[in-house]
Design a binder for this molecule. Structure first.
Ligand code: NDP
Ligand code: MG
Length: 382
């Protein structure tokens, strides 16, 4: 029985992680969980899965929970709470499905406590990939991707020697606005942006998909997860989201991972690795029904965020930290109607161009730059 800790239990990945646990109760047991503000759903989950540790966003929420829950369930809150839930002594694996760079410190705490990590929380790898991968090596823990593209690559590689790999090819759906020109993006609404054609995800990543910052973050994520140079990572538009990504080898062979778009597949694989389990209620892929698969080169002038992410990745140091923090603030501002859709890449670029890069940042440097960038973008917004 694998004991699981889950951060972000009320989100899109979090609820699907619980679906997997519910479907395989002989394989997995939830021992700790954390959520943000969604008390109603969170409480329901606590009653169903009976974890020993629960963490919520605020002290007020924690106080309320303590009254409602039996005394043997420990309740924490805030960043400390995330760390308690992530590094809980009884757990074997952390599924980190929280949104944003707030997932960094809990991930490091879980690594130091020897837990394997199923990582959905890509912002953590973007903001501090060098530290997270170094720590994972040091403590001998596995970093198993949950992001569908990286899970696809992980499954294609299946323990292969990395020097036999020529490049990784990440597929991108193109998001809600893939068929719109730059001019047509002026004035698009939040509601339109949240309408993703292939995947049903949390709000932030859905906007990231529409700007293609999501693919940019994934390029940086792939660089760290698979120890590749940016020259070895390519992005291709593939609107059907059937091929989840590919690996090209030095002999020209290309291995691809295919499937219907269903996040439970990579979530479950991260949890059951190296085993595969039945996916209850999973749809079969019938390629003859899909008929045709399309591929296209992304236009980096149209998808400016993808270009900015490639550039920030190559510059390295604290550039990806700035890219990520500025993007988190800008996306939040767009979702709250404060800036237009095309303001997102504008503010990210502005934050990047005014930042002096720290080359080999420590954890402390990263935390400071993250805070500083958020503050700076807030002042641009005001
Ligand atoms: P959601 O917005 O649906 O869920 C985020 C979760 O994190 C919620 O449980 C939320 O709690 C919690 N949360 C948010 N902020 C905080 C905070 N400051 N402290 C504690 N908890 C917090 O996001 P997704 O599930 O879509 O995405 C999660 C991560 O997975 C992201 O990094 C995303 O990029 C990545 N990912 C998601 C995919 C998807 O299909 N959704 C695919 C690939 C990667 P609450 O709602 O209760 O406030
Ligand atoms: Mg993805």
């Amino acid at each position: 029985m694998k004991k699981i800790s889950l951060l972000g239990s009320t989100g899109s990945i979090g609820t699907q992680t619980l679906d997997v646990i519910r479907a395989h109760q002989n394989e997995f047991q939830l021992v700790s969980l954390s959520f943000g503000r969604n008390m109603e759903l969170g409480l329901q989950q606590v009653h169903e899965f009976k974890p020993e540790v629960v963490s919520v966003l605020t002290k007020d929420m924690a106080d309320k929970l303590k009254v409602e829950l039996p005394a043997n369930i420990k309740v924490y809150y805030g960043e400390e709470g995330l760390i308690e839930a992530a590094a809980f002594e009884k757990s074997d694996m952390l599924i980190n499905a929280v949104m944003g760079s707030v997932g960094l410190k809990p991930t490091l705490a879980a690594i130091e406590a020897g837990k394997d990590i199923g990582i959905a929380n890509k912002e953590t790898l973007v903001t501090a990939g060098h530290i997270v991968t170094e720590e994972a090596n040091k403590y001998g823990v596995k970093l198993i991707p949950v992001d569908s593209e990286h899970s696809a690559i992980y499954q294609c590689l299946h323990g292969d020697v990395e020097k036999e790999v020529r490049r990784l090819i990440l597929t991108a759906s193109g998001g809600s606005f893939r068929d719109k020109s730059l001019a047509e993006l002026e004035g698009v609404t939040v509601k339109e942006a949240l309408n993703h054609p292939n995947w049903n995800m949390g709000a932030k990543i859905t906007i990231d998909s529409a700007t293609m910052m999501n693919k940019g973050l994934e390029v940086i994520e792939a660089r760290w997860l698979f120890d590749m140079d940016y020259e070895q990572i390519d992005v291709i538009l593939h609107k059907e989201s059937i091929i989840h990504s590919m690996v090209e080898y030095i002999d020209g062979s290309v291995l691809a991972h295919l499937g219907t778009p269903d996040m439970r597949v990579p979530i479950q694989y991260a949890m059951s690795y190296p085993k595969r389990l039945d996916l209850h209620g999973g749809e079969k892929l019938n390629l003859w029904e899909v008929g045709t698969l399309h591929f296209e080169d992304p236009d980096l002038e149209r998808f400016r965020c993808l270009k900015l992410a490639f550039e920030a990745g190559k510059v390295g140091g604290t550039a990806p930290t700035v890219l990520n923090a500025a993007n988190e603030v800008a996306v939040d501002a767009f979702l709250n109607g404060k800036i237009p859709f095309l303001g997102i890449d504008h503010f990210v670029e502005k934050a990047l161009s005014s930042h002096s890069i720290i080359k080999a940042p420590s954890l402390n440097d990263i935390v400071m730059v993250d805070i500083e960038t958020r503050r700076k973008v807030q002042t641009y917004l005001n």
